[in-house]
Design a protein around this ligand. Structure first.
Ligand SMILES: Cc1ncc(COP(=O)(O)O)c(C=O)c1O
Length: 429
C-alpha cells in the first residue's frame, strides 16, 4: 500500500506547477539533485569529516564529501569549503562559535532592514549568547555606512555580518571591509540569497573582501536545503586555525551525523552551477527582476523586490499575501524600512524571480505577471488594517472570507493556471 504522504506530495506538486512561486528564497531543483537527495545515502552515519570518521563504512561517503568540497572551492576560488551544516542557521551559528566567545560583540543588519535572524536578532542565539549590535538602512533603503562605522568604532565587534534577506540593492563589500579593518573585526559575508548571482557574475563576489562566507544551497544556487561555509585566503591568513575551529563548532559543537544525501545533492548542484548555462540563468534572474520591479513601480538590482503597499492602504502586507495566494501567486508579507504598521501585519511584500526563471520565464512573462499582481492588489483596496490591535484578528478573518469569494481573484487564478501550467517543473513533468 502506498503512503498517504504521496497523495499530499502530488497536491503540492500541483501547487508548484500551476502557481507562480515568487518567494525569492525558493527555487526548483533539477531531477538529478532530487535523485541524489532521495538516494540510499540517507542510510549512513558518518560523524566526523573525510578521513576522520567515528563510524566505519565511510569510504564512499568520504569521496562524496571531498568531491562536494572540491567543487565548492573551484566554484568560489577559496582554499577551504565545508559542506556539512544542516542549513543556513546552524552554519551561521557554527561560524559565530568559531570566531567569538560567548558575550563577544557581533554586528549585523537589523531584521527590519532586511537582515537575518542569525545576525543578531532578538530571541535568536546570536543575541542570546552574544552581544548583538544592529546597524540599519537609511531613508533611501540602502545600508547606512555612517551608522555602521560609528557603531563599529563604539562597540568594537569581534565579527561583522554582511548579508541580507530582503534587500533589493547590490552590496558594496569593499566598504564593509574598510570598516571591519578599522576595528579589527572578522568580516563574514552571508551570501545565501545572492550566491547564484555571484556565481553568474551579476553581483560582486565577497571573496576578495570577506574572511568567511556562508551560503545556503537551496536559494539562487538551486541545490537541496543545506549550507556551505567557505574560508577565503584572507580569512586563512587572519586565523590559520580557522578550519579546525569551524569544524569543531559544527561537530561536536552543534550537530551530529551529516546528512550524506544532502551533501551528495549539494555536489550535484555545484556541478550544475559550474556549467555555462548557470551563468545565463543568473543573468536572466536579474533581468527578470529588473523588469518586474519597473512594472511594479520600483527598482531591483538583484533577484528580489521589496514592494511597499502604502499607496494601497495601511498595513496591507498580510492582505496582499492572502489575495495573491488566492490568485495563485506565492509571495511573503514583509516589513519595509521604517515600517509604519506592525512587524506582524507589515506594509510590504517580498517577491522574486529565481524560481520563475528556472521554469524558463523571461522579460515578457514578467510584464504579464506584473499586470496580474497589480490587478490582485486592486482587490485589497479598502481592507486597511485596523489601528486598534484588538480589532485585527476579527477584521482579518472577515477580509479573508471576502477574498475567498472574490470573483476577480478566481478569474485571475484561472488565467495564471493556464499560463503557469505551460512551463515545466523538474520532478513534476
Ligand atoms: C541571509 C540568510 N542567512 C541565513 C538563512 C538561514 O537559512 P536556513 O533557513 O537554511 O536556516 C537565510 C534564510 O532565509 C538567509 O536568507
Amino acid at each position: 500500500m502506498t503512503s498517504k504522504v504521496f497523495k499530499l506530495i502530488a497536491k503540492e506538486a500541483h501547487r508548484q506547477k500551476y502557481g507562480l512561486e515568487m518567494i525569492p528564497s525558493e527555487n526548483y531543483v533539477s531531477e538529478n539533485v532530487l535523485k541524489a537527495l532521495g538516494s540510499i545515502l540517507t542510510n549512513k552515519y558518518s560523524e566526523g569529516f573525510p578521513g576522520r570518521r567515528y563510524y566505519g563504512g565511510n569510504e564512499v561517503i568520504d569521496k562524496i564529501e571531498n568531491y562536494a568540497q572540491d567543487l565548492a572551492k573551484e566554484l568560489f576560488k577559496v582554499p577551504i569549503a565545508l559542506v556539512q551544516s544542516y542549513s543556513g542557521s546552524p552554519a551561521n551559528q557554527a561560524i559565530t562559535m568559531a570566531v567569538c566567545k560567548p558575550g563577544d560583540v557581533v554586528m549585523g543588519l537589523t531584521l527590519s532592514s532586511g537582515g537575518h535572524l542569525t545576525h543578531g536578532a532578538k530571541l535568536n542565539f546570536s543575541s542570546i549568547f552574544y552581544k548583538a549590535v544592529n546597524y540599519s538602512v537609511g531613508d533611501d533603503w540602502k545600508i547606512n555606512f555612517e551608522e555602521l562605522e560609528t557603531l563599529a568604532k563604539k562597540h568594537k565587534p569581534k565579527m561583522i555580518w554582511v548579508g541580507t534577506t530582503a534587500y533589493p540593492f547590490k552590496l558594496d563589500y569593499k566598504k564593509f571591509r574598510k570598516i571591519a579593518d578599522e576595528v579589527d573585526a572578522t568580516l563574514v559575508a552571508d551570501i545565501s540569497h545572492i550566491t547564484g548571482l555571484i556565481i553568474g557574475g551579476v553581483h560582486t563576489s565577497p571573496v576578495p573582501y570577506a574572511d568567511i562566507i556562508m551560503t545556503t544551497t537551496h536559494k539562487t544556487l538551486r541545490g537541496p536545503r543545506g549550507a556551505m561555509i567557505l574560508v577565503t585566503e584572507r580569512g586563512l591568513e587572519r586565523d590559520p586555525e580557522i578550519k579546525g575551529k569551524i569544524e569543531r563548532a559544527i561537530i561536536p559543537g552543534i550537530q551530529g551525523g551529516p546528512h550524506n544525501h544532502q551533501t551528495a545533492a549539494i555536489a550535484v548542484s555545484l556541478e550544475e552551477a559550474l556549467k555555462p548555462s548557470f551563468k545565463k540563468y543568473a543573468i536572466q534572474v536579474v533581468n527578470n527582476a529588473a523588469v518586474l520591479a519597473k512594472e511594479l513601480g520600483t527598482v531591483s538590482e538583484t533577484h528580489l523586490i521589496l514592494l511597499s503597499l502604502t499607496s494601497y492602504g495601511y498595513g496591507m502586507g498580510y492582505q496582499a499575501q492572502y489575495a495573491l495566494e488566492e490568485a495563485g501567486i506565492t509571495v511573503n508579507k514583509n516589513t519595509i524600512p521604517g515600517e509604519p504598521a506592525s512587524p506582524f501585519y507589515p506594509s510590504g511584500i517580498r517577491l522574486g524571480t529565481p524560481a520563475l526563471t528556472t521554469r524558463g520565464m523571461k522579460e515578457k512573462d514578467m510584464i504579464k505577471i506584473a499586470r496580474w499582481i497589480k490587478r490582485v492588489l486592486e482587490e485589497i483596496r479598502g481592507l486597511d488594517l485596523p489601528k486598534e490591535q484588538e480589532q485585527r484578528k476579527d477584521f482579518l478573518n472577515e477580509a479573508k472570507a471576502r477574498l475567498n469569494k472574490n470573483k476577480n481573484l478566481k478569474q485571475i487564478r484561472k488565467e495564471i493556471e493556464d499560463f503557469a501550467g505551460k512551463f515545466p517543473v523538474p520532478g513534476v513533468d
